[in-house]
Design a protein around this ligand. Sequence first.
Ligand code: PEP
Length: 259
Amino acid sequence: MTDKRTALVSGNWKMHENHFEALKLVQELAALVRAAALPEGREVSIHPPFTSIRTVQTAVETDHLPIALGAQNCHHEDRGAFTGEVSAEMLAKLNVAYVITGHSERRTHCGETDVDVRRKVDAILAHGMHPVICVGETLDERVAGDAAHRVREQVSAALSGRSGEVVGGVVVAYEPIWAIGTGETASVDDAEQMCATIREEVGRLAGAGAAAAVRVQYGGSVTPESAGALLAAPNVDGLLVGGASLDAERFVAIVRARA
Ligand code: PEP
């Protein structure tokens, strides 16, 4: 690997911030982001809950903020009798650029399978957005030595049979489940090793061009203190940040962390 890809730092707000709170948070982010240019080769996305996306879109577009709009999930169908669901088509109409899919909280609490994630990736791509495909192992799988196998399986389920060009445009987020919301960050070596494994699997599935272009994020209890070393790892192309993205100062410190 020669030049590093543009790093994407994404804030997953989860089920936090009603639309009033979302507006306040995005205004705080705006002030901090405007204070100085973002570091070269770094991109930012924020992923509010569905009810706050329109509010955040208006704030970001009105103020021309260098922040891409994201969502946390979508349904795989464009429309239909799916009470309570939101389609990729609807998100695209709000100028959403990145859609998280397969987050472990949805796999665990909503029973999402690798097959569901693949269908969602289809829908996100069909509407011209970038999927942020979350993969990661449980603590039991890691202890049993099955982590790399499980992660390769999830990557393959989402990306097999797609062209190199398409696969090169997606984002894969390596999120070890034992590190999410626990305060326990993976070591830089472990994160680097698994992100390299993911890149290798992408190469096996879609060719060397896709492997060189795909962006692989690390996610799991990232803090301003841990961000710089993680971003410096050769195969880590960004961070997916949960808890710390709800505090504008901490999130922007992560965005600005020196690699
Ligand atoms: C996440 O929700 O994707 C995440 C990584 O959360 P946290 O940073 O809080 O561990």
